[in-house]
Design a protein around this ligand. Structure first.
Ligand code: TRP
Ligand code: ZN
Length: 869
């Protein structure tokens, strides 16, 4: 037997970037025939292959039942190939090989939601990034093999919709019961972008004319009752198409663009060529059923997947180490799009909040890795905040440094050079450099080094010389896996304000990228340096790292008073927010007195509420307990953090007591003409309710209940329900019941019902058990179990006590059923080592036990890393 006679490929081996080799064979064209039956599917493929380098003809495949294989018409016997659990090697293959393969697969029992899988009763879909295609058929399943795909899909007529990438070229019946469709994708693509969909879905249609005059048919597929919830996504799609033409000169290239909404999906969405597949949570948007935050997310994910058509699909990655090439750039692009959509400052606040809450802690702990790692075991474990969010920040830094015009010249050059290719991060930097005329090669370091740099800055005013000196120093934390760390190029956007009048000053300093301006950027790229500003008439108030111009931890010795002044003076909304957050961290983590903060909020915010409700809603942010925890590296006691935060919120509620009520009453979302501002008003109303509830206002539950019943808007209804439930109002139980009755058939709304209860600050183990044994709880639907585990995790006090058992139990279940998601759930425990004893050792013991129990390489790699501290 082949399998026994040959050493099998080790699925758990570490893959290194330095070992990259070109594939020995390329695929000119692929024909696929996918026949779906109730208890199996049959996949026949014809690959026209051609040698391009020395080496074996290797086809990757996992969990496939091989029926037959032919090369140039000859049926192969077992002696002609080598097959193991990972791959099929055709021995002595000719240089030109027409490879025909028949396999059987089982999408109906595929719980990993990877490859072809049944997503509920009436739907089959694919998810092939990064390595799912090898679960559909044997194939050189790697991103540097590009080919044209022709796909025949055949299924029972109870599935009227048969889709694949590209253009529909034929359809017809197969007997009475079955039918087929043939699709042809004219663009060469890697296998991870292949998709097909078989199901009973309805469709929303629209169309779009590109800047080149191409008529594009737009289609969003969903179950019938969800079609009315697809309009916002459709608008966002058209908007994205126009935006990419205007900002990057990139028109769409096919005659159709399809999006399919799926409720069982591992992540947010997938950019398959011309046939995006979306988690319902990232495409369905409707004020009645989904929140404002979800609506904003839908628009940014629609844009993200659309933008991948150029950054990801037409120009793809050479290998998976380059993942941040497509993800970092596409996230930067979708963030820029969203900045144009709502307020740029608020979008930046929200994006930086995510970066700081997820990426900074990831980079400070055992799972830290560079945006472009140099080794991995399971690539699915590297779809991380570091690859996506820090990757986006690297592109933003280069864009900030270049300015709009030069950055555009750089991206133009990238598209000109590499359209149709599978490339590397080096290629990207080289094209940006050539196009812009500015040497950006030092930014490669950001891709290759892990860790969040510390940026220490010191200021000194010299009244006699009327000069202000600013000293910069950067330090990087040593990392055993990446020992050779070099100084990074850090663009520091900065401004100075007159301490009395708050007026923004013109800067005189030769070291700036542009001198004699008010909004300046200094490129700090050494270990340490001092620069000097001239003609400074008196001690100024400095504002550093405006708009968060670099993903670093800034240490600057602001006084609390200066931070309060920045809240007042700064014209950059992001830095107003940053000033409040820095003040709050000092109060909550370093025991600074709260009074300056409370006074500043009380004097400054009411006016901002009038002027810009959306920004004002963010300026009320108080760092979450989880965020605060991420700033504590030793002896973390969740109860202590909660207690301090509660005290501060209590003081804030008292400070704003009288005003909060009148503010609540005066705010009217319906009076807003603009969606963003209406969103701000709704957020503010909910904030006011929680301030009033804390303060024990006698009418607050009546007001919240009134808001709950009188609104048709999910943000308002859910906000009110949260107050009622979390503060144990007399109306809470009935309102929860009512919410369930209204939305029991609306999966995304029901997710909120689960999440809100799991996130109750005093939730009990019994309540969690009630939720996880509820008839609507579903371990096959990531959205549903994530609603519960994510809600629970919102309160570290609960998550680190009885919650550990919930996280562990779910991880063990998912190790077998869905390790891609399981690995992410397990990571909720990755900061165990920061806990104070005895909890630290308790959790450690639990993890060590899991280490010997896990079977999937996803979970094994993750737990091994988590324990290496
Ligand atoms: N490429 C997708 C995106 O960022 C993300 C992705 C990777 C994905 N693997 C996935 C989505 C698995 C769903 C399932 O747009
Ligand atoms: Zn992406």
């Amino acid at each position: 037997m082949n399998i026994a006679a040959n050493p099998t490929t080790d699925a758990n081996q570490t893959i290194f970037l330095k070992d990259y080799q070109k594939p020995a064979y390329l695929v000119d064209s692929v024909e696929l025939d996918i026949q779906v039956y109730a208890d199996h599917s049959q996949v026949n493929s014809v690959l026209k292959m051609q040698r391009q380098a020395p080496g074996d003809l290797i086809l990757l495949g996992r969990d496939l039942e091989l029926r037959s294989i032919r090369v140039n018409g000859q049926l192969l016997g077992e002696a002609d190939y080598r097959l193991d659990t990972e791959q099929l090697v055709i021995l002595a293959a000719p240089d030109q090989a027409l490879v025909e393969i028949e396999v059987l697969i089982h999408p109906e029992s595929n719980t990993m939601l990877e490859g072809l899988y049944q997503a509920g009763g009436d739907l089959f879909v694919t998810q092939n990034e990064p390595e799912g295609f090898r679960k559909i058929t044997f194939y050189p399943d790697r991103p540097d093999v590009l080919s044209t795909f022709t796909t025949r899909v055949e299924a029972d007529k109870k599935y009227p919709v048969l889709l694949a990438n590209g253009n529909l070229i034929e359809k017809g019946d197969v007997g009475e019961q079955r039918h087929y469709a043939i699709w042809q994708d004219p663009t060469k693509k890697p296998s991870y972008l292949f998709a097909c969909v078989i199901g009973d879905l309805d469709v929303l249609r629209d169309q779009y004319t590109t800047s080149e005059g191409r008529e594009v048919a737009l289609e969003i597929y969903a179950i019938s009752k969800d079609i009315p919830k697809c309009h916002i996504a459709m608008q966002a799609l058209k908007h994205s198409m126009r935006w990419d033409e205007e900002h990057y000169g990139r028109p769409y290239d096919l005659d159709n663009y399809m999006i399919v909404a799926v409720s069982q999906f591992n992540m947010g969405a997938m950019e398959n060529k011309g046939l995006n597949i979306f988690n319902t949570s990232c495409v369905l948007a409707d004020e009645e059923f989904t929140t404002d935050a979800a609506i904003m997310r839908v628009q940014s994910v629609i844009a993200h997947e659309y933008f991948h058509n150029w950054t990801g699909n037409r120009i793809t990655c050479r290998d998976w180490f380059q993942l941040c090439l497509k993800e970092g750039l596409t996230v930067f692009r979708d963030q820029s799009f969203s900045e144009d959509l709502q307020s740029a400052a608020v979008q930046r606040i929200d994006d930086v909040a995510v970066l700081k809450a997820h990426q900074f802690p990831e980079d400070a702990g055992p799972l830290s890795h560079p945006p472009r790692p140099d080794h991995f075991i399971e690539i699915n474990n590297f779809y991380t905040a570091t690859v996506y969010e820090k990757g986006a920040e690297i592109n933003r830094m280069m864009a900030t440094l270049l300015g709009k015009e030069k950055f555009r010249l750089g991206t133009d050059e990238y598209f000109r050079r590499h359209d149709g290719q599978a490339v590397t991060v080096e290629d990207w930097i080289a094209a940006l450099t050539a196009g812009s005329g500015v040497d950006l090669s030092a930014f490669l370091l950001w891709y290759n080094q892990p860790g969040t740099p510390k940026l220490h800055v010191q200021g000194q005013y010299d009244a006699a010389a009327q000069s202000y000196r600013l000293s910069f120093k950067q330090s990087l934390k040593a990392n055993a896996k990446y020992p050779d760390l070099k100084a990074l190029p850090i663009p520091v956007a900065l401004a100075m304000f007159d301490a009395q009048t708050g007026e923004q000053l013109t800067l005189n300093c030769d070291a700036l990228v542009e001198n004699q301006v008010k909004d300046a950027v200094y490129l700090f790229d050494q270990d340490q340096v001092t620069i000097e500003f001239y003609g400074v008439k008196q001690q100024p108030v400095l504002s550093l790292l405006r708009n968060f111009s670099a993903p670093v931890n800034l240490e600057f010795d602001y006084s609390d008073t200066e931070l309060a002044q920045l809240l007042q003076f700064e014209s950059n909304g992001f830095n107003q927010w940053q000033a409040t957050q820095t003040l709050l961290e000092r109060i909550l983590l370093d025991d600074h007195p709260a009074q300056i903060y409370l006074d500043a909020i009380k004097t400054t915010l009411p006016a901002i509420v009038e002027r810009d409700p959306l920004l004002a809603s963010r300026l009320f942010d108080v760092p979450s307990e989880s965020y605060l925890a991420s700033r504590i590296d030793h002896d973390y006691q969740p109860e202590v953090v909660r207690e301090k935060r509660e005290q501060l919120l209590q003081a804030l509620a008292q400070t704003l007591a009288g005003w909060a009520k009148s503010c609540y009453v005066s705010l009217d979302p319906a009076a807003q003409t603009d969606f963003s501002q209406a969103m701000g008003v709704r957020a503010l109303k909910n904030i006011m309710l929680s301030l009033l509830a804390r303060q024990g206002d006698a009418d607050v539950f009546t007001m919240a209940h009134q808001q709950y019943i009188s609104t048709g808007n999910m943000t308002e209804r859910l906000g009110a329900l949260r107050i009622l439930h979390w503060y144990n109002a007399p109306q809470a139980e009935a309102a929860l019941q009512d919410f369930y009755q209204r939305y029991k058939d609306e999966a995304l709304s029901l997710d909120q019902w689960f999440s809100l209860q799991a996130a109750h600050p005093q939730v009990t183990a019994e309540k969690i058990a009630y939720l996880t044994s509820h008839p609507d709880y579903d371990l096959g639907t990531p959205n549903r179990f994530r609603a519960v585990i994510g809600g629970l995790n919102a309160n570290p006090v609960n998550a680190w006590s009885f919650g550990v058992a919930n996280i562990v139990e779910l991880s063990v279940y998912l190790d077998e059923k869905n390790p891609i998601v399981g690995s992410r759930i397990l990571q909720l425990l990755s900061r165990w080592y920061t806990l104070a004893e005895p909890k630290r050792s308790e959790v450690q013991q639990v993890l060590v036990q899991l280490q010997s129990q896990f079977k999937s390489k996803n979970m094994i790699e993750t737990i091994n890393s988590m324990l290496q501290v």
